[in-house]
Design a protein around this ligand. Structure first.
Ligand SMILES: Nc1ncnc2c1ncn2[C@@H]1O[C@H](COP(=O)(O)OP(=O)(O)O)[C@@H](O)[C@H]1O
Ligand SMILES: [Mg+2]
Length: 226
C-alpha cells in the first residue's frame, strides 16, 4: 500500500507547507508512514556545509523516518527568487527528482511532494510545477490561501490542473489572514467551483500548532486504503 500527493497552491505563501505538515500528521494518526519532499527550493542558507531551506527542514522534521536532507531537497538554491533564475547554473532535472521520489516511496506508505510557488511557476527554463507533478504521476491537492482574490486564483488553478490530466484529489482552505471579511462565504463558493473534497479548513493561528491544524483535516476523502 503506497501512494503520494503533489501539494500545490494558488500562489507562493498561501500555506502549502503548513497544510502539507497538517496532512502528514493526519495521515500519521491513521498509522501511515509518511515522508515528504520539497524537491525544488529557492531561498536557502548554508548549514553544516550544505544549502538548506526552511520548508524542506520542516518536512524533514515531521517525516515518519529520519532522512538525509539532500534526499528531501535535491535542488536547494541560495537566492530567494524563481527557480528558473536561482538555478540557472544547476537546473532542475526531473529524472533526479523522480528517482529520489521512488526511493522515498519504497520506504513509506505516503510521500507528499510540495511544489515551488504555484502550479505554473517555472522550476527551470522549460518546465513548471505541472511538469514536475506529471513526471511523478501524482494526484494533486490544491491549497487555497483564503484572501481577497483567492476565488480567481482557485478557478485558474483548477483550469490548469485539469489541462494536465492529473486528478485533483482535494483541496485545503488555509486561512492565513486573521480577519478576512466573508471568509466562510468565500470558502463555500470555492468549494462549489472546485467540486472535489474539501479536506480541511485550517483556521488562522497566530502561533502555528500542527496538532490543531491536523485536527481540522479529514483524510477519509483521500481513499487512503489504496
Ligand atoms: N493557518 C494559518 N494561520 C496563520 N498563519 C498561517 C497559517 N498557515 C500558514 N500561515 C503562515 O503563512 C505564511 C505562508 O505559509 P506557508 O505554509 O509557508 O506557505 P507556502 O508553503 O505556500 O509558501 C507563513 O508565514 C505561515 O506561518
Ligand atoms: Mg512552502
Amino acid at each position: 500500500m503506497s501512494g503520494g500527493f503533489f501539494i500545490t497552491g494558488t500562489d507562493t505563501g498561501v500555506g502549502k507547507t503548513c497544510a502539507a505538515i497538517a496532512l502528514m500528521r493526519a495521515l500519521q494518526r491513521q498509522r501511515k508512514t509518511v515522508l515528504a519532499m520539497k524537491p525544488v527550493a529557492a531561498g536557502c542558507l548554508m548549514q553544516e556545509g550544505i544549502l538548506k531551506n526552511d520548508d524542506a527542514l520542516a518536512l524533514q522534521f515531521h517525516a515518519s523516518l529520519p532522512l538525509p536532507y539532500p534526499l528531501i531537497n535535491p535542488y536547494a538554491y541560495a537566492e530567494p527568487v524563481s527557480p528558473h533564475l536561482a538555478g540557472i547554473h544547476d537546473p532542475v532535472q526531473l529524472a533526479v527528482v523522480t528517482q529520489q521520489f521512488t526511493l522515498l516511496k519504497s520506504q513509506s506508505d505516503y510521500v507528499l511532494v510540495e511544489g515551488a510557488g504555484g502550479w505554473l511557476s517555472p522550476i527551470n527554463n522549460g518546465q513548471s510545477n505541472a511538469d514536475l507533478a506529471a513526471a511523478l504521476a501524482l494526484p494533486i491537492i490544491l491549497v487555497v490561501g483564503i484572501r481577497l482574490g483567492c476565488i480567481n486564483h482557485a478557478r485558474l488553478s483548477l483550469l490548469a490542473i485539469n489541462q494536465s490530466g492529473l486528478p485533483l484529489a482535494g483541496w485545503v482552505a488555509a486561512c492565513t489572514e486573521p480577519d478576512m471579511a466573508y471568509q466562510q462565504d468565500n470558502i463555500a463558493f470555492i468549494n462549489t467551483c472546485l467540486a472535489v473534497p474539501l479536506l480541511g479548513v485550517l483556521p488562522y493561528l497566530s502561533d502555528i500548532n500542527f496538532d490543531l491544524l491536523a485536527n481540522q483535516i479529514d483524510v477519509s476523502a483521500l481513499d487512503i486504503g489504496r
